[in-house]
Design a protein around this ligand. Structure first.
Ligand code: PLP
Length: 472
């Protein structure tokens, strides 16, 4: 039975809005929002009393002060920006759930300047006439990739959809069965092709595809030959791929364009840093490939974007397609990308200053030093968990270099499994959020993906945790 008497004790709306503390909250949110919040809280209390046995809601919870506190808390929560800073101790550099590439200092400075004001986004300052938003980074992209022309859209999935729509609508697209991949659960090559109005022609077998397979599939309806980077998986064992060079020969003989979706878009050879061979964008362009697409926020280390480079006639056709307008990039994207790309003019700078590239190329020795300097600020143990520096392995993530593991260093917390689970939860749900890795009962923070400037904050959060009596 509901406690009717208790219901009557819920303060009235009038009474609450006259409260000084509640009134003061109108500085934070407007009156309408404030009233909504109060109504919601009163309603929740009423429902809780109606649905439960007497005593479920203690009488103190109905006192004005208790309700004022609840209103204050709720308003604070509403006013808080929901996208929060996360410190990444997972060791996965391109973590799509964590926003992929962090931007470097220079890029942040440029963004700060442009974001809060007007810019020459679509204005040619020399003539005073209308300009193109795609012009600003075009020269830079041409210089860096060697392509004839370039355009940038919202993301690489959009770039592939746009390219296929502009180049192959109503025509056949020949692609190897081994490259009909799914990336990130929502981008499947066959489905994107269908959306673009082009017709998929699969050739070869999953593990083997020869040039003759493409050759046999060419008809009068063929619009393009396509190559897609497998990105998030590796084909091992009894396999054969047709190389881009072979495809380019066929393309020349039969006068059919080739599209290559590179996925990540690498600008630098990373083999000196222990990575397996991957073709760079420059190499693919130099092979004569007609259209090349790649992401802005994967290995390149910039912001979310889809970059399309290639032969001028095709890029012109793509630029005038109506989807280009629908996939248009904002000034913040263009700005962040231009600033990131500028650093590639000096590869040594790119290595040092683009966080993604830096994290990919930092050596185990440097990581050891980084881990020891972090460890220096930490006690030997907290809440019975032993803290040490351990060798670990991190990954690039974001579908790049699948299966490739880089030697790294982690701060480990070993001991009672219940305690490590509590630690993981405490760090993940607090502010700023800290993401680590639980493995076989121990907790790990991989220092590869943690910024040195964040060490002190993590130390403070760990200290706060040890001082809590509530285990969570
Ligand atoms: C990641 C990826 C995409 C999608 O790129 P987004 O920028 O995330 O839209 C498309 N193709 C390949 C091969 C990829 O690796």
């Amino acid at each position: 039975m509901a406690d009717r008497q208790l219901l009557r004790k819920i303060p009235k709306m009038d009474e609450l809005i006259q409260n000084d503390m509640i009134n003061a909250l109108q500085q934070k949110v407007g009156r309408d929002t404030l009233l909504d919040v109060i109504r919601q809280i009163i309603d929740e209390l009423r429902q809780a009393i109606l649905k439960n046995e007497p005593g479920f809601i203690p009488e103190e919870e109905l006192e004005i002060q208790a309700i004022v506190n609840k209103v204050q808390q709720k308003i604070e929560q509403i006013c808080e920006i929901q996208i929060r800073k996360v410190m990444n101790g997972t060791g996965v550099i391109l973590h799509t759930n964590l926003g992929r590439s962090p931007l470097g200092e220079y890029t942040k400075d440029v963004l700060q300047e442009i974001a809060g004001g007007y810019s020459n986004l679509e204005l040619d300052l020399n003539t005073g006439k209308r300009g193109s938003r795609y012009q600003h980074m075009k020269e830079l992209l041409l210089k860096l990739t060697g392509a004839e022309d370039a355009i940038v859209v919202n993301n690489n999935a959009g770039a592939v959809l746009l390219v296929l729509s502009a180049v192959a609508k109503g025509k056949e697209v020949i692609i190897s069965r081994g490259e009909l991949v799914e990336i990130g659960g929502s981008f499947r090559v066959p489905e994107v092709m269908e959306q673009s109005g082009s017709k998929l022609v699969e050739v070869g077998a999953t593990n083997k595809c020869y040039l003759k397979d493409y050759e046999k599939a060419i008809t009068d309806e063929t619009g393009t030959l396509m190559k897609v980077h497998r990105s998030n998986f590796k084909l091992l064992g009894f396999t054969h791929d047709t190389t881009l060079e072979e495809l380019m020969q066929l393309s020349e003989e039969r006068q059919i364009p080739v599209i290559n979706d590179l996925g990540s878009g690498l600008f630098m050879d990373l083999q000196p840093y222990g990575y397996p061979y991957e073709p760079t964008v420059q190499e693919v362009v130099a092979s004569g490939c007609d259209i090349v697409t790649f992401s802005g926020d994967k290995l390149l280390g910039g912001t979310q974007a889809g970059i399309i480079v290639g032969k001028a006639t095709w890029i012109k056709k793509i630029a005038s397609h109506p989807l280009t307008r629908a996939l248009r990039v904002d000034k913040l994207t263009l700005c962040a990308l231009e600033a990131t790309l500028k650093q590639y003019l000096h590869p040594q700078k790119a290595l040092q200053q683009i966080p993604t590239v830096r994290m990919m190329t930092i050596s185990p020795d440097e990581l050891e030093k980084k881990a020891q300097s972090f460890k220096h600020f930490l006690p030997e143990e907290i809440k019975g968990l032993r803290i040490s520096v351990e060798k670990s392995y991190s990954q690039v993530g974001g579908g790049a270099y699948p299966g490739h593991e880089m030697e790294s260093r982690s701060i480990s917390f070993r001991g009672n499994e219940e305690t490590t689970t509590q630690l993981e939860r405490y760090l993940r749900t607090g502010k700023p959020a800290i993401m680590g890795r639980l493995s076989e009962g121990a907790y790990f923070l991989d220092v590869r993906t943690i910024f040195e400037s964040d060490f002190s904050v993590i130390v403070k959060r760990l200290n706060d945790w040890t001082q809590r009596s509530d285990p969570r």
